[in-house]
Design a protein around this ligand. Structure first.
Ligand SMILES: [Zn+2]
Length: 241
């Protein structure tokens, strides 16, 4: 009888461990190909409107986003709800970073100042929430659209009131004291993203070199990466933890 109970307990603990998602370092920092990952689905295969082809999300956030889209369209059939960015891997983010670095570095002649300018809105490769397959940008990446355009105002009000019902939080909200400027367009699927940020926080606090040694982008040698990663990855809406 004792042996039976022990076996039962071991079986239960094995299954509860195996159902928890184990987050690999390469997926945490975007060094993988979402297009060939078995848990990622092409937005092009769904009803969601997109502004370009070839975007992917993890299955669960994608299904919840589709539910949110249907609810929004039922309420506001004539207002745009378009996905303008989804998963961006390290290579893609490095392209954004390098392009901005090339245009801004001559202005400052200083790595820290160049990075601070880029980091108002763009992440260092390896530190973007878009690496996680859980985050999307909706309709516009301009705050003025959401604050001044009548359609943008209606969209934003709906997102704030309704996205939490589908598991999404606004990662870069007003009122944080560090990190990126507010982004009304960027929504994050908390049930999975909170596991990624917890893993990132743990690594930064215990063995930051595990992450830092994998990063290789313009300015990485001159910048205080440990401090910057802490400021920009961890300074998000408390609702997203
Ligand atoms: Zn975004």
């Amino acid at each position: 009888m004792k042996k039976y109970i022990l076996t039962l307990l071991l079986t239960i603990s094995f299954y509860s461990m195996s159902t928890q998602q184990v987050i690999q370092l390469d997926e945490l920092i975007g060094q993988f190909n979402e297009k060939s990952h078995p848990n990622y689905v092409a937005l092009d295969s769904t009803i969601l409107p997109v502004n370009k082809t070839g975007m992917y999300l993890q299955k669960e956030p994608l299904n919840k986003l589709i539910e949110a889209y249907h609810a929004f369209k039922a309420a506001h059939p004539n207002i745009p709800f378009v996905i303008v960015s989804a998963t961006r891997n390290y290579t893609y983010q490095n392209g954004i970073w390098q392009r901005k670095w090339n245009s801004l570095y001559p202005k400052y002649n200083n790595a820290t100042q160049t990075a601070a300018d880029i980091l108002q809105y763009s992440s260092m490769p390896g530190s973007s929430r878009h690496h996680w397959g859980t985050d999307v940008d909706i309709t516009s990446v301009s705050s003025s659209y959401f604050q001044q355009d009548p359609k943008g105002k209606i969209l934003y009000q709906w997102l704030v009131e309704n996205m939490p019902k589908y598991g999404f939080c606004q990662a870069f909200n007003e009122g944080r004291d560090a990190g990126y400027l507010p982004e009304e367009w960027h929504w994050s699927y908390r049930p999975i993203a909170k596991q990624y940020i917890a893993r990132y926080k743990y690594l930064l606090e215990t063995q930051p070199e595990v992450i830092i040694n994998k990063l290789n982008f313009a300015g990485h040698k001159e910048l205080d990466l440990k401090t910057l990663l802490g400021q920009y990855v961890l300074s998000v809406n408390t609702d997203c933890y």
